[in-house]
Design a protein around this ligand. Structure first.
Ligand SMILES: Cc1ncc(COP(=O)(O)O)c(C=O)c1O
Length: 379
């Protein structure tokens, strides 16, 4: 039996035992783990515990086989090529690989909105005397015209979040790419709040680099993340960290060295293989439904929540009809309210920043009933 958008929500919810007890609406903080992802973690532990890779493979060969398979699946999921994906530790690692890999020139500048989670004002940009140009929000969003005004021929990088972790507003990545590329600047995207929640296509968007951590809308793991580097940028970017996996002198096994032209050159050592097992299960799980159906349901639920909050007279922080699952409204005492809701097994985020606001972030496994439970408590 299929329910909304061809998704059998009852069956889906049975994969997330936590949802039987909680109205969990806090995926922008941390996602809920389905049992399939837990099984991925367990498979890794069992394999190592029993030291039983299939056939005559070593355990490292099995880990690397899984990693290559996952690289392909991630590429397909975000619509890029496998050689454009590097595994990292977190969103910040991806950002650092890009910023530290640039050859900075005197007079360079970088442009980024004031609410970036990981700002481009880094040790590297400061040490290299790179000017940081901060774009300010107007009516709770970053206008393309304001971003464009800050870009000139000395701009090397423009950083934007695909989806704002503050109020869920989405950025028109194609427009930002066009305006940056016109001046020879590159575009670096933080897509940690987008991948898994929306149907993304980073080839079509034209952006240069995308950093993603999977523990929110991809539902696991932590400690493993990935960076997309558009093929034409791979050669230009110098690996900022080196180890056995990407040394210029390849040591005993030159045939195993990473080929130029692959983003794998940014991986320098043993990665979080347990995370690889977990993330592959997460991607397989989401692929059963498809990102288009997931996005559609997310926007429908967020739209319902937004409209209800508006009709209750809440002052909305999300600037318009939601374009992501995240919906925020202003609230004077966000922390006590979040704690009160948590005591009722309703999980959202209260943030004191930006004059205080509540951030509500469902995912496709949520229902109108979850939202109604929350709304009743907010009335
Ligand atoms: C937009 C965004 N980027 C990145 C992160 C996390 O960064 P990292 O993966 O470096 O810990 C968060 C976490 O809340 C986030 O909301």
């Amino acid at each position: 039996m299929h329910g909304v958008n061809g998704l059998n929500i009852k069956k889906i919810r049975s994969d997330f035992p936590l949802l039987a007890e909680w109205a969990y609406l806090d995926n922008a903080f941390v996602g809920v783990m389905p049992k399939q992802v837990k099984e991925g973690y367990e498979e890794y532990v069992d394999l190592w515990y029993r030291f039983s890779p299939p056939g005559d493979k070593t355990i490292l060969q099995e880990w690397l086989t899984r990693t290559t398979r996952l690289r392909g699946k991630i590429a397909e999921f975000i619509k890029v090529k496998p050689n454009e994906i590097a595994f990292t530790m977190c969103t910040g690692s991806g950002l650092n690989i890009v910023v530290n890999g640039f050859t900075w020139r005197k007079g360079d500048n970088v442009v980024f909105p004031e609410w970036e989670h990981n700002v481009l004002y880094t040790n590297t940009t400061v040490r290299n005397h790179v000017e940081s140009r901060v774009v300010h929000a107007r009516d709770n969003r970053f206008e393309l015209a304001d971003i464009e005004k800050q870009i000139d021929d000395h701009t090397r990088l423009v950083q934007v979040s695909h989806v704002s972790y503050v109020n869920g507003d989405t950025m028109d990545l194609e427009a930002v790419s066009d305006m940056a590329h016109e001046h020879g600047a590159k575009v670096l995207v933080d897509a940690t709040q987008a991948v898994g929640a929306l149907d993304v296509d980073y080839t079509a968007s034209g952006v240069d680099f995308v950093a993603v951590a999977p523990y929110k809308y991809l539902m696991g793991p932590t400690g493993l993340a990935f960076l997309y580097v558009r093929e034409e940028n791979i050669g230009e970017l110098i690996p900022d960290r080196t180890g056995w996996k990407n040394q210029i002198y390849e040591g005993d096994n030159p045939e195993e060295s990473v080929i130029e032209g692959s983003a794998e050159k940014f991986e320098y050592g043993t990665i979080n293989f347990q995370g690889v097992f977990a993330l592959e299960k997460a991607i397989d799980y989401l692929n059963q439904f498809g990102t288009k159906a997931i996005e559609k349901r997310n926007l429908k639920l967020a739209g319902y929540l937004y409209d209800e909050l508006v009709s209750m007279g809440k002052e909305m922080y999300t600037p318009d009809t939601p374009t992501s699952p995240i919906v925020s409204y202003f609230e004077d005492d966000p922390l006590p309210l979040a704690a009160k809701l948590k005591a009722k097994k309703i999980k959202v985020t209260g943030r004191e920043a930006h004059d205080g606001h509540m951030r509500i972030s469902g995912h496709f496994y949520n229902t109108k009933e979850d939202i109604n439970l929350l709304l009743e408590k907010l009335a």
